[in-house]
Design a protein around this ligand. Structure first.
Ligand code: G1P
Length: 313
């Protein structure tokens, strides 16, 4: 099935995935392995995110990398030698897994030379867009949003209300300072109560300054006008060019922005704690790994569990 058949309502062709970060929260693993390639069960996080984009109609993935992170793009290139070996050995299930990433969508990469922030990373994608693309999707590969499908809802909102549409999650108040936070109001004629109008957005506010507990969850459908706004912002939180500040500028200039509040799961793959949860969540749902993991977890969590110590003399 083609992307157009799968997602007739898609409102973007290009999905931008910023993957230029150093992954410091994951050292020492990320000394040599880009964090986007760390496996969630058996699949790199970036392939999960690419699969989500493809499911929602993306035809092209633009990966924003930094020097030294070529492996992220290589994951999407066919490896005919490996495929041939697997075929010869009759390992067809593995062959299917290996072919999945290169078959998802066309992958292009652009390089962000200097770590100047998420807004600067997204701005690099403009040069590879076609003239007729009026919106892009941005998916942050640190955020795993489950179950898939929020981008489809976001596209429906853009079709109905225009402008840009972001995904929000409702976070505990003491966590707001880790996110971009929305100032929202209800949409009077909204059929879906999880669609809210955004009147402002602030990056990593102090708890007492946060306008709400609705936080950006790493999924954006942005009107092409965002690139013009990105050219006009100054460094913000952390001294970086923030995507949040470009969106906030667009709102101030009258551009309509809405959020879809995602009520499902969201895991932060960018730190070991969130990554572990994501792996357990996905593994528990897998036919291959779920039953054995569940059985072991039940034993491990039971009050009777006690490590068996081997006695040495
Ligand atoms: C980025 C965005 C922030 C968003 C968050 C979601 O922050 O700047 O607005 O809420 O991703 O994960 P980061 O986590 O890269 O600091």
């Amino acid at each position: 099935m083609t992307a157009a058949e799968k997602s007739p309502d898609a409102c973007f062709r290009t999905a931008v995935v910023p993957a230029a970060g150093l992954g410091t929260r994951f050292l020492p693993a990320t000394k040599t392995v880009p964090k986007e390639l760390l496996p969630v069960v058996d699949t790199p996080g970036i392939e999960l995110v690419a699969g989500e984009a493809a499911d929602s109609g993306a035809r092209r993935l633009v990966i924003v990398t930094s020097p030294g992170k070529d492996g992220v793009v290589a994951h999407f290139v066919e490896d005919l030698v490996l495929e041939h070996k697997l075929e010869e050995r009759g390992k067809f299930q593995l062959l299917e897994k290996v072919r999945r990433a290169p078959g998802l969508l066309d992958v292009t990469s652009v390089v962000q030379d200097e770590p100047k922030g998420l807004g600067h990373a997204v701005a690099q994608a403009e040069r590879v867009l076609d003239d007729d693309e009026d919106a892009i999707a941005v998916l942050l590969p640190d955020d795993l949003v489950l179950p898939r499908g929020v981008l489809d809802v976001m596209c429906r909102v853009r079709r109905k209300r225009g402008g840009s549409v972001l995904c929000a999650i409702d976070v505990p108040k003491d966590q707001v300072s880790s996110y971009g936070v929305f100032e929202v109001e209800a949409v009077p004629d909204a059929v879906n109560p999880n669609v809210l109008k955004v009147n402002g957005m602030v990056e990593k506010p102090a708890m007492e300054d946060a306008p709400s507990t609705f936080a950006a969850a790493g999924r954006y459908i942005l009107d092409r006008a965002v690139f013009d706004a990105l050219r006009r912002i100054e460094p913000g939180a952390g001294g970086e060019l923030q995507l949040t500040d470009a969106i906030s500028l667009m709102i101030a200039e009258g551009h309509p922005v809405h959020v879809v509040v995602h009520r499902g799961a969201r895991h932060d793959l960018g730190n070991p704690g969130g990554y572990l949860r994501a792996a357990v969540d996905i593994a528990l749902d897998s036919d291959e790994y779920g039953p054995a993991l569940r059985e072991w977890l039940e034993q491990r969590l039971s009050p009777d569990w006690a490590p068996q110590l081997t006695q040495y003399e």
